[in-house]
Ligand binder design. Structure first.
Ligand SMILES: [Zn+2]
Length: 683
């Protein structure tokens, strides 16, 4: 694969980078494959060699392969999973159980060698396990070779023949793929339709297929080779620094390309028709801007090409390409395409184990998609991933949330998995930017990329980068967010007027502790920005997505349910107080986060027989406003909440005669459903 000019210097710089992890290792697998496709029988004959290096400190006695096509057989683990989960993916449902023998998928291994040793192996579902005759020592190298025979299944999920949009071959998870061995050991995860984890390396793939077909896929297409079979063409692809290889083939593909100013070639491979041409053209036009924003925010795209290929049954990421639906409307198309393209960073280059940390793959990608499209589509939302917040809150409300430490395959429901991976992962990032400040966050995302690209970063690696960039401790955040189902809820508790200063009491009602941003708005439309860090952060942000200077307060002891902040602004000058005006805090009850005051004033007249009050508001509605009256009758004190009559909603001035005797009234004060305000000085 061709890399861009300054790439080597870039790599050198990264390897000696400040944040680099000492002692990190990863396996290497360099694939060479030669595959014959028979389009009459939908079968393949393949020859595969893997040049494998054991970079681990361990001696390996066995090796595992994934044979994904075996999932598409009645009774497979994927079939059973789909038939027994409460909310099956409708693209799968019972469809696997109904496949006929000529429609199923299979991967038959004819032989398997480690160098010259013929290996014994067993196949259980989608996993092949082989014992090694000669263990591979640390640093050892071996050439695995095998021959395989496969039937390409009817498309059920992601891969297969005859996609719902009529693409002949969507070839993903299509070859025997060696399992990853990393610091956690082997990852011989049976395929049930969810996530992946692959070995870093390279692919050199020759596909011989009927002349009528046009191919696209991972890597760079090498200049045409004449095939030894007269009716076939050989498509030769090479890809370096990748961990998977996908391709697609169809007889009706149109292939269009644009070359970006930095030389990267973007390919669009699809059935161009009257009804989808306009959508693809509009998307193509936006692609240079999407690409530029992606690089600016998340790091350089290091490969020479990327291809958007119509295929599959939704949108699915692969190195240097995606297979996606191609007959959708513009909005759906640009969202799917941008999402899959951003997977080039979060999955493609920053290849976390998706099964273990799907939230770092899908969640970070979803975040990037929303942030980039907010600019490209000029939506200009102050919180681009607001819908992810809504999704998370709904998931918790429905009691379908499970800790993010759950292995992707083991979530009880599909919705629990998907909201956890996509939405909670996305919110994780925007909340992190709230904690450490936008500048630190953006620096951190680039440092993460520079340090961990072409590796398998874990949450710990990401945390360390963010801690170094922000000079804060973040373990408390990662632990609560990833390992628990704790919920954040902070509230403005009450205000006190004290010698022309205002005391603001904040309370922690939830069990997920967070630092607090507090904006105090004054009548002249200015506001003060107070930041209350947590003690456990051992630091505080000094900048954020805000022009106003941050006034850092003493830390909030995380064990304390209450916090008192005293500010110089007199209570009478304050018109509103807000916890986190940026809305990045995942607060499960926002009704107690804001307090609008001073637009309602109360005066009372207790000289007459019956108590009289006068209310005056300068804006807003009376909703949620009460008058709280403390009465004392025969030495017994009682509290009455007197709501503003709803028919008075439109009026700004209200004169109310209370049905209470003046002399029995101890105090009258205004209350909202949030808290008290305009308290008398003596209270
Ligand atoms: Zn995704």
């Amino acid at each position: 694969m061709k890399l861009k000019k300054n790439y080597c210097a870039f790599l050198l710089l990264a390897s000696s980078h400040l944040y680099a992890q000492k002692g990190y290792w990863q396996q290497e697998a360099r694939y060479q494959m030669d595959v014959q496709v028979d389009v009459q029988t939908n079968t393949m004959l393949g020859k595969q060699e893997i040049f494998y290096t054991n970079n681990s400190p361990d001696t390996l006695n066995k090796v595992y392969y994934h044979l994904y096509y075996n999932a598409f057989q009645p009774g497979s683990e994927m079939d059973m999973r789909s038939q027994n989960i409460s909310d099956p993916d409708r693209r799968v449902g019972k469809r696997i159980s109904l496949l006929k023998p000529n429609e199923i998928g299979y991967q038959r291994i004819k032989n398997l060698y480690a160098d010259a040793d013929s290996l014994d192996y067993t196949i259980t579902g989608t996993i092949l396990e082989a014992k090694l005759k000669k263990p591979i020592k640390p640093g050892g190298k071996v050439k695995f070779s095998l021959n395989f025979e496969s039937q390409i299944p009817l498309q059920i999920r992601r891969t297969g023949r005859n996609s719902p949009e009529g693409i002949a071959y969507s070839m993903t998870q299509w070859y025997p793929k060696i399992s990853e061995y990393d610091i956690d050991g082997w990852h011989a995860t049976p395929y049930i339709g969810r996530e992946f984890h692959g070995v870093w390396g390279s692919f050199d793939v020759r596909i011989h297929i009927d002349k009528k077909y046009i191919l696209a896929g991972t890597g760079i297409l090498q200049t045409g080779t004449q095939d030894k079979y007269p009716d076939k063409t050989t498509w030769h692809f090479k890809a370096d620094k990748v961990h998977d290889f996908a391709w697609a083939a169809d007889t009706n593909y149109t292939k269009e390309s644009i070359i970006l100013t930095n030389g990267v070639k973007i390919n669009f491979v699809y059935h161009r028709m009257a009804q989808n041409a306009e959508v693809w053209d509009a998307f193509k036009e936006k692609m240079p801007q999407i690409f530029a924003l992606a690089e600016q925010k998340f790091g350089k795209y290091p490969y020479a090409e990327y291809s958007f290929i119509q295929g599959g049954d939704g949108g699915m990421e692969y190195p240097m390409c995606t297979l996606m639906l191609g007959n959708k409307n513009f909005n759906s198309t640009i969202h799917t395409a941008t999402h899959e393209f951003m997977h080039s960073w979060f999955q493609g280059m920053l290849a976390t184990n998706e099964s273990l940390y799907a939230w770092m793959d899908e969640g970070f990608t979803s975040y990037a998609e929303d942030v980039i499209l907010n600019e490209v589509l000029q939506t200009k939302e102050h919180l681009p991933n607001a819908r992810s917040y809504d999704g998370v809150i709904t998931l918790f409300t429905k009691n379908l949330a499970e800790p993010l430490t759950t292995h992707a395959d083991f979530f009880d429901t599909n919705v629990g998995y998907s909201v956890s991976a996509y939405s909670r992962g996305s919110v994780f990032l925007s909340q992190l930017s709230y904690i450490i400040g936008k500048e630190n966050f953006e620096k951190g995302m680039l440092a993460y990329y520079n340090t961990w690209k072409f590796k398998h970063p874990t949450p710990r690696d990401f945390r360390k980068i963010m801690e170094q960039v922000s000079n804060m401790q973040l373990d408390w955040y990662f632990e609560q967010y990833i390992g628990t189902l704790k919920k954040t809820d902070y509230a403005i508790d009450s205000l006190r007027n004290q010698n022309n200063k205002t005391q603001i009491y904040l309370s922690r009602k939830g069990n997920f502790v967070m630092p607090i941003d507090l904006q105090v708005f004054q009548a002249d439309s200015m506001y003060q920005f107070y930041n209350i860090p947590l003690d456990v952060m051992r630091g505080a942000k000094t900048q954020d997505d805000d022009a106003v200077k941050i006034q850092t307060q003493k830390p909030w002891f995380w064990t304390n349910p209450l916090y008192k902040l005293e500010i110089d602004t007199p209570l009478s000058d304050i018109i509103a107080i807000s916890i986190d005006a940026s809305d990045r805090l995942l607060d499960f009850d926002k009704t107690n986060n804001q307090l609008f005051l001073n637009h309602i004033t109360l005066s009372s007249n207790l000289n007459g027989k019956l108590a009289q009050i006068q209310l005056h508001k300068t804006k807003g509605a009376w909703e949620g406003v009460y008058v709280e009256i403390v009465q004392k009758i025969a030495k017994k004190t009682s509290t009455i909440l007197y709501p503003i009559p709803t028919q008075e909603n439109e009026q700004d001035k209200l004169d109310i005669i209370l049905p209470l005797k003046s002399k029995q009234i101890e105090s009258i004060k205004l209350k909202t459903n949030i808290g008290y305000f305009n308290l008398a000085d003596h209270e």
